[in-house]
Design a protein around this ligand. Structure first.
Ligand code: FAD
Length: 391
């Protein structure tokens, strides 16, 4: 293998380059990304960047020392075995890493619609978040909650509309409902069970015909894997790039990592596609090992965090909300206290997932318990005074 091409210059892309060099790959590496920027971190975009605390989140990685042929502003348009077709001609490869991440979903309507995926998105939105401006945020998921936090701090008048009956319901099920009071306490209007029909010049039209007036609209309703360029390439696609447990795709010499990869999880016995920073950080090491002939397995306990309305929210694992005899155990009082959590416990007594609100130690210990697979005592789990590792 003389030439590895990495498509997508986000965190997963640059980590792939680092992992190749760390494993002693001495050949040529080309890293191409459609954005004009050096690789940067996205989590701060909806936090410190929107809050005006920083303008740059560039990843601390020395591309010169890595001797990588970095091509910003170059997009892959197509793939056939051994060749990536790009906006600047064809590039031949011996090994290929697909790291093209995901793109935000936009809604119907011809009004201006901000999304938040890139540093350019974040800086453009920040400009608009000034005191007194009416901001409508569509979606009370992770991004919607963080945007609402920043807009509220900037002195905007914020309305969040959410199609589901609870905030964060897709990720946390019923537990997400306990975050509704954070909106109320902040003075942010949260409208649940509301469908948006279109984004217009002066706000939103809802499915029942009513209007939400707004000067700024932010759509935070999720993302889709950025894999359109792989159509017809022979790389199997199904909610992202389908890979095995080694992150190999259906095309020889091609691996996939990060938000775009749907890998086979041994731990959960299913395919997972996880849009989390920690996955983009950790998967490249395994994918690159596979590219270089190794057979390491990618089998993490997924981990995610969010900072919203002054709360640190952390989640590890994967739960099924009621399936397989899974039970929900609350730790602490979500409606009264500021430090609480939740554990999803499988029928066999093992921990499937943990949520920690302002309880970082629970997250750390819970993640280890999930990895270790010990059986837990549900009664002790429900007592927030008992450390998770002692349950
Ligand atoms: P990306 O970061 O999306 O990078 C992919 C790159 O590929 C992009 O630069 C894209 O332009 C480029 N690309 C796409 N198509 C092509 C093509 N055809 N040719 C060339 N280049 C292409 N995770 C957490 O765990 N905690 C958080 O608090 C958190 N906050 C977040 C806040 C925001 C605003 C966002 C957007 C994400 C957040 N995430 C968070 C998720 C985390 O940032 C992502 O999981 C991570 O960025 C995924 O990295 P990636 O390299 O796989 O994809």
């Amino acid at each position: 293998m003389n030439h590895v091409v990495v498509v997508g210059a986000g965190l997963a892309g640059v980590r792939s380059v680092e992992a190749l060099r760390a494993r002693g790959f001495a050949g040529t590496i080309t890293l191409m990304g459609e954005e004009a920027h050096r690789p940067y971190d996205r989590p701060p975009l909806s936090k410190s960047v929107l809050l005006g605390e920083t303008d740059s989140t560039v990843v601390d990685s020395d591309l010169d020392a890595l001797e990588v042929d970095f091509r910003p502003g170059v997009a892959a348009k197509g793939l056939r075995p051994g060749v990536v077709e790009t906006t600047e001609g064809e590039v031949a490869y011996d090994g290929l890493v697909i790291a093209t991440g995901a793109r935000p979903v936009r809604l119907r309507g011809d009004g201006e619609q901000h999304v938040l995926r890139t540093i350019d998105d974040a800086l453009a939105l920040r400009e608009r978040l000034v005191a007194g401006v009416r901001v409508a945020v569509i979606g009370a998921g992770w991004i919607g909650a963080e945007v609402a936090t920043a807009a509220h701090r900037a002195g905007c008048e914020v309305t969040v509309v959410e199609a589901a009956d609870l905030p964060l319901s897709q990720a946390l099920g019923a537990v997400g409902g306990h975050t509704a009071r954070w909106y109320e306490q902040a003075g942010v209007e949260l409208r649940l069970g509301v469908q948006v029909a279109s984004v217009d010049h002066d706000g939103l039209t809802l499915a029942d015909g009513s209007r939400v007036r707004a000067d700024v609209v932010v759509t935070g309703v999720g993302v889709r894997p950025a894999v359109e360029w792989l159509a017809g390439s022979g790389v199997e696609l199904d909610n992202g790039v389908v890979t095995d447990e080694h992150l190999r795709t259906s095309l020889p010499g091609v691996v996939a990592v990060g938000d775009c990869a749907a890998w086979w999880s041994r731990r959960y016995d299913r395919r997972l596609r996880v849009e989390h920073w920690d996955t983009a950080l950790g998967a490249p090491e395994v994918a690159v090992a596979a590219l270089m002939g190794g057979d390491a397995v990618y089998d993490p306990v997924p981990y995610f965090w969010s900072e919203q309305f002054g709360h640190m929210v952390q989640y590890a694992g994967h739960h099924d909300d009621g399936n397989d005899g899974e039970r929900l155990v609350l730790r602490g009082d979500p409606e009264g206290g500021s430090r609480w959590g939740a554990c999803w416990v499988r029928g066999d007594g093992r921990l499937a997932a943990v949520l920690a609100v302002n309880r970082p130690r629970d997250l750390l210990q819970g993640r280890r318990l999930i990895e270790g697979g010990q059986r837990l005592d549900a009664v002790r789990l429900a007592d927030p005074a008992v450390a998770l590792r002692d349950c």
